[in-house]
Design a protein around this ligand. Structure first.
Ligand code: GLY
Ligand code: MN
Ligand code: MN
Length: 465
């Protein structure tokens, strides 16, 4: 955990931002796999609960009374039965002291407290729920129907939490760097051990095992695939074959659950083919150009469009695209090859605060989400500020079904050379992703350099036996 005063100050700041009403924070519970006592092994606390209350265990809830400044932690003190099965657990009072909360209460008092507040007509602020158990709790505690629970979440609280969690403090950057240490090692492990004849799941399994050995866990399910063109492909059943590319998108959490998120794409054999080198070079140039442009004050949408233009220019030079690059990007023609956004915020969640509503995190009154195919998926568009941590993850993909659809529709024919694209239909996909901190005067790539220049990747790959 961070020092007590960090949690105290965070809640103080939140009280300044949300001036009135009651804030209700539901911690997560363990999740059963197939019967109640047989739970998934990696308990994951809710990220906003972690941010304000730091306690990384199930069965907790908390309230902040914004009018009176009162804070109460709700939970159960374990009895001898639990101690027999789970060993000694510190009393709730001790846990509350660690986070500077003065009042504790048993869980059944939460209902009473909220009932009282509702009777007085006070506003209860809560964040959008994303787990079934929270929908049930919100119904039991506040009488809000599950289908209305998302809509009735407090916009005021969401905005305040987003404002605070977006700007990472030095102790949070340190945590992200710890996540990066494990993440970097995971990727090196994959790059050093993958070889023809292995299965995707063997690489992914070794990476997950490595993270668990480090006392950590994944920040999201590993993508380890020879079908990089399937963007969030979590199937891992293919055998690796000479001549293919392996795309690995994976990250680990730090001890306090800050995320890492990184992608590398490398040849299954020792070297890239000429065709692979050409596409890879465009993606790498795009990523380096985008990283270079990161500084406070610039809109991330601008950097996304810069990336799109770099991709379109590169593909034009290879004969896959044609016409005016600016015009092609303005029309969204590049999205055949680069259909996703350049990146997203990262912090306690890998897609940071996505559960609070992507538009609150990545957009504001100065920039609204586009409805153009491709650009519509951009998670972060707004102006960058020092302390933001974001991913830069351009890619080029050849998605056969999308190519067929666009070709049949003659879509963006002025900008796409479909005859040439046919030659790449079995190419797969390439993405390169790093995590970047926006500093006062520019940016800093977090973590250590994991080979991405072609020579460096081939140097690691050439060591395979
Ligand atoms: N790991 C999913 C992403 O890069 O957004
Ligand atoms: Mn990723
Ligand atoms: Mn990412």
């Amino acid at each position: 955990m961070f020092k007590t005063e960090i949690y105290v100050k965070r809640r103080e700041k939140l009280r300044e931002l949300v001036k009135t009403g009651v804030g209700l924070f539901l911690g997560n519970d363990t999740v059963p796999m197939n019967y109640p006592a047989n739970t998934y092994p990696h308990f994951r606390q809710d990220s906003s609960f972690l941010y304000y209350f730091g306690l990384d265990e199930p069965g907790l809830a908390a309230i902040i009374d914004f009018d009176e400044g009162k804070e109460i932690l709700f939970g159960t003190d374990v009895g001898i039965e639990e101690i027999i099965w789970m060993g000694y657990l510190p009393p709730l009072k001790e846990k509350a002291e660690k986070i500077g909360v003065k009042e504790i209460s048993p869980p059944n008092k939460l209902e009473e407290f909220l009932k009282n507040a509702l009777e007085k007509g006070r506003k209860i602020h809560y964040l959008p729920p994303y787990r079934g158990e929270h929908l049930v709790k919100l119904f039991n505690l506040l009488g809000i129907k599950p289908e209305e629970a998302g809509k009735k979440a407090s916009v005021e609280l969401i905005k305040a939490v987003v404002e605070m969690r977006s700007v990472k403090q030095p102790e949070e950057i340190e945590e992200i760097e710890k996540a990066m240490e494990i993440t970097n090692e995971m990727h090196l492990l994959a790059m050093e051990t993958a070889k023809p004849g292995m299965y995707e799941r063997e690489i992914a399994g070794a990476m997950e095992g490595f993270v668990i050995q480090k006392g950590s866990y994944l920040s999201f399910p590993i993508i380890c695939t020879i079908h990089g063109e399937i963007l969030h492909n979590t199937s891992q059943e293919n055998e690796l074959k000479e001549g293919q590319l392996l795309l690995v998108d994976a990250g680990a959490e730090s001890p306090l659950h800050y995320a890492g998120d990184m992608t590398r794409t490398f040849p299954v054999g020792k070297k890239f083919s000429q065709k692979q080198k050409e596409i890879y070079s465009i993606v790498l140039k795009t990523q380096l150009t985008a990283i270079d442009a990161i500084k406070p004050g610039i809109m991330y949408k601008e950097i996304h469009l810069l990336a799109a233009k770099t991709i379109a220019q590169g593909l034009k030079e290879l004969g896959l695209m044609k016409g005016d690059v600016e015009e092609a990007v303005a029309n969204g023609a590049h999205a055949l090859f680069f259909p996703h956004g350049l990146g997203h915020m990262m912090g306690l969640d890998v897609h940071d605060m996505e559960g609070l509503g992507e538009d609150y995190v990545g957009y504001n009154h100065t920039v609204k989400r586009s409805d153009q195919f491709g650009l519509a998926y951009l998670r972060l568009a707004k102006e960058l500020k020092p302390g933001y941590v974001l991913t830069v993850e351009p890619g080029i993909y050849f998605i056969p079904a999308l190519i067929d659809q666009w070709k049949a529709q003659k879509k963006h024919e002025a900008f796409i050379n479909y005859n040439k694209v046919e030659e790449y239909k079995n190419f797969g996909g390439i993405r390169i992703e790093d995590d970047v901190l926006v500093t006062e005067d520019g940016h800093r790539v977090l973590g250590k350099y994991v080979p991405k220049e072609i020579d460096d990747v081939e140097a690691v790959r050439s060591k395979q036996v």
